[in-house]
Design a protein around this ligand. Structure first.
Ligand SMILES: [Zn+2]
Ligand SMILES: [Zn+2]
Length: 320
């Protein structure tokens, strides 16, 4: 089969890969569309610890299997450990992600656990459903805080994840959403999700009930700490740097809650798929689609931010 293989930092190329037999409980999905995640771009730049070449990237995808159009949860967990039994399968010690721990979905066929497939025939478009994975990340991030529609929210970094958090907050009825994003085209997207673009230096101090840091750099940690109310919540979504800029004296003295979030639970993924199938996300103008042969260009443009869309996708097969 044809596959887009990450071969060295800054390079992806089309190669012919052998088909793999299904293991017990697996089914073969004929891949239709695959989104390029920020984590795939980091991998391709040689900046993701787990993504070691040669590797097929890609974990946000839809396709056809068993005569149905499906979206796939790319996380497989053991199902038996205390975390899994508590419904927190996203922090299972044996958690495996397609496109990280094994070859991903930027190829014609990929074998996945049957239980990870969700059919969506007759629901939303395949482009929208291919956003299920980032939307599930956003749902899980928002589920970390005690949400009230009248609360004030700040989203730092309005890339794909930030904008999906905006979409989730808007869908839940939040009306006071501010967005800090240096790229003007992305900041403008904030308005579409009910947000108001504010300048990084002009955010009101100690004003927000909930701050979502989708970047995870020293400066954005510090900005989140300044912006959050006493007793408020900082959700750490991005993790650009392992050493942060959070003032822990401030965390203690102002009783700030810090939440780390890892991907999404299987339950959040199912909820995301159901919401998108029901029309919760309007994706027109948000997505650009490339052919598999244009993979190098799609990655380069995602890396350089030379685009006003929030998601580059690769079209691999027909159908979904
Ligand atoms: Zn992703
Ligand atoms: Zn487990």
């Amino acid at each position: 089969m044809r596959a887009l293989v990450f071969t060295e930092p800054g390079r992806v190329e089309i190669q012919e890969l052998r088909d793999e037999p299904c293991r017990a409980g697996e089914v073969t999905v004929d891949v239709g569309l695959v989104g390029i995640c920020g984590s795939d771009v980091l991998g391709y730049m040689g900046k993701s610890r787990g993504r070691v070449p040669p590797l097929v990237l890609g974990h946000e995808f839809t396709g056809r299997a068993d005569g149905q159009t499906v979206v796939v949860n790319p996380i497989a967990s053991c199902g038996q450990c205390p975390a899994c039994e508590a419904g927190r399968d996203n922090i299972c010690p044996d958690m495996q992600l397609i496109g990280l721990h094994r070859h991903g979905a930027m190829r014609e066929h990929v074998n996945v656990p049957r239980d990870n497939m969700i059919a969506f025939d007759g629901g939303a478009s395949a482009h929208v459903m291919t956003m299920t994975e980032p939307y599930a990340c956003a749902l899980h991030s928002v589920s970390m805080v005690p949400f009230a529609a009248e609360d004030r929210f700040l989203i730092i970094g309005f890339g794909c994840l930030g904008s999906m958090i905006g979409a989730v907050l808007q869908h839940k009825g939040a009306t006071q959403i501010d967005v800090v994003e240096p790229a003007p085209a992305r900041a403008a997207l904030g308005e579409r999700f009910g947000g108001r673009a504010v300048d990084a230096d002009a955010t009101e101090p100690m004003a927000y009930d909930h701050v979502f840091d989708c970047v995870g750099a020293v400066e954005t940690h510090a900005a989140a700490g300044r912006a959050v109310k006493s007793g408020g919540h900082i959700v750490l979504v991005g993790y650009k740097e392992a050493v942060g800029g959070i003032d822990f004296v401030d965390v203690v003295r102002r009783e700030i809650h810090l939440h780390g979030v890892m991907a999404y639970t299987a339950a959040a993924f199912r909820e995301a798929a159901a919401l998108l199938k029901g029309g919760a996300l309007k994706a027109d103008g948000l997505i650009r689609t490339y052919a598999l042969d244009e993979g190098q260009q799609a990655f380069d443009e995602a890396r350089d931010g030379r685009t006003s869309v929030i998601k580059n996708m690769l079209r691999i097969g027909g159908g979904a």
